[in-house]
Write a protein that binds this ligand. Structure first.
Ligand code: GLC
Length: 218
């Protein structure tokens, strides 16, 4: 029987990384991260860096502008609700159409207020496709019941709970993984060229994308 050809190990050329608790938190590690990205850009001219974060776009643009973070190629912000092309300096508008179906912000706010003790996060953390709340130590049953209530109201949403406090209600297709998947398809980048990195609940959708390599930060 002829020997099977060895599968070529495709070198990664696309990094999608979370910020808080992943590359932010330890200044020395952030410096090493910057050096690694500089080197990757030197070695591979088509290397792509994408920050994939719960933070909002304005906050991210300030952080990148201040030089605290190495300049990325793309930003996925607000837990997969906005994709921003840094080269063009604009949001990718086509992506927003994907999110509209089954989404109604005022119905979400009404149900959360009537059925839970959750407190709305400050206005700067809210967005047209993101309703974010604080709810400490919410048990899984409560989150499931909330999801059922929102389903019954005719919405098509995702409930994402992170850091035992942050409760995000998002359109069904809005999460860090789906936004990344959309971006990869849009630019015909194969998942086996992709590395994802993250540390908490809202990062799990990135790790679920078939074919990507993952770095879980403890
Ligand atoms: C970021 C956002 C917050 C969100 C959290 C978890 O901290 O600012 O609104 O709830 O990520 O996704």
């Amino acid at each position: 029987m002829p020997a099977k050809p060895k599968k070529k190990n495709t070198p990664p050329r696309f990094l999608s990384t979370d910020l808080d608790g992943t590359i932010l938190g330890k200044p020395d590690a952030l410096e090493r991260f910057k050096e690694t990205i500089h080197k990757s850009r030197e070695d591979q001219s088509d290397f792509v860096l994408c920050y994939n974060t719960g933070r909002m776009l304005d906050d991210m643009l300030d952080m990148v502008g201040s030089g605290r973070l190495i300049e990325p190629d793309y930003l996925i912000c607000g837990v997969g609700t906005v994709i921003y092309d840094c080269g063009k300096g604009s949001r990718i508008k086509d992506f927003a159409h994907v999110l509209e179906e089954g989404w109604n912000l005022s119905v979400v706010e009404d149900i959360l207020t009537r059925r839970t003790q959750a407190r709305l996060q400050p206005r700067k953390y809210q967005a047209p496709f993101k309703s974010s709340w604080y709810l400490e130590d919410a048990p899984p049953e409560l989150l499931q019941a909330l999801e059922s209530d929102l389903d019954e109201a005719g919405l098509n949403i995702n409930v994402v709970y992170s850091s035992s406090r942050d409760l995000d209600i998002l359109p069904k297709h809005a999460n860090k993984g789906n936004a990344l998947d959309w971006l990869l398809r849009h630019f015909s980048i194969s998942p086996d060229e992709v590395v994802v990195a993250g540390d908490t609940g809202n990062d799990s959708a990135m790790f679920s994308l078939p074919g990507v390599r993952g770095i879980v930060v403890g």
